[in-house]
Design a protein around this ligand. Sequence first.
Ligand code: MF3
Ligand code: CO
Ligand code: CO
Length: 287
Amino acid sequence: MFYSGRDPTPEERVQLDIKTPEQVEGMRAACRLARATLETAGKSVAPGVTTDEIDRIAHEFIVDHGAYPSPLGYCGFPKAVCTSVNEIIGHGIPDSRPLSEGDFLNIDVTVYLNGYHGDTSCMFFAGPPSKRAAKLCKATRKAMLAGIEVCGPGVDFREVGRAITASAEEDGCTVHPSLVGHGIGSYFHGRPEILPYVNDDDWGVMQPNMTFTVEPALVDAPDRTCEVDAEDLWTMCTMTKALGAQFEHTILITDHGMEILTGPCIDYTGMAPSPVKAAKKRRKGFQ
Ligand code: MF3
Ligand code: CO
Ligand code: CO
């Protein structure tokens, strides 16, 4: 289903975008830069640092590499990246509040380089995280990877939501329905929608040289409600203020499987429960 509440028509389904080899190379470059930006921005995360400062670092890095931060001005979004702290599930706007010890946040980077968008996000910790936050982040990363692992030529798009949901349920978490993956290319958001939950949307099957994002958001309570901040019209959380986490990669369907264009996907899942280890890994973040 689209956000508008209707299913894709057969015509829309067959219009899914298959990239040419040249376009695939463009996607590779944009995704590499998105990944490098995310790492650079993540290194600045620490108690006392503001999300405005993280935004500035990411913005500068992107521009220095000849690209443009896709979110800036997108549907009126005012900053270069999204920073979603603690109970914010997504689309958080960087601001002047310094991060506190124990805060955790998603940084979502999208760059527009030479005509192509690359989109990726992961979670970072300002100081040692609570066990609850660490567990949620670990579960969310695992769910994203489960969704990515099923991807390949000939696979029905609905498999992604099934795999993500099975993984999240195993960890006692809820897949939040408000954030979904999307086709990406010379456009930021396009067909198909990559729904992270069990669904009946018929987009057909994945084909070589398609590119799309897998980006599940999980909450650690059975709460699928969504409140969008009435003033900024972007910031999303649940009504119970459950903690939220999200991970995102842009992937390419290849002849025999898939490739994580914004990867590699590093395994930092040994981070919990030791606060000392976690503090060390906080510098790197984990994806
Ligand atoms: N990067 C987000 C995504 O993964 C989109 C953010 S829209 C913005 O699709 F306007 F907030 F940037
Ligand atoms: Co994103
Ligand atoms: Co995205």
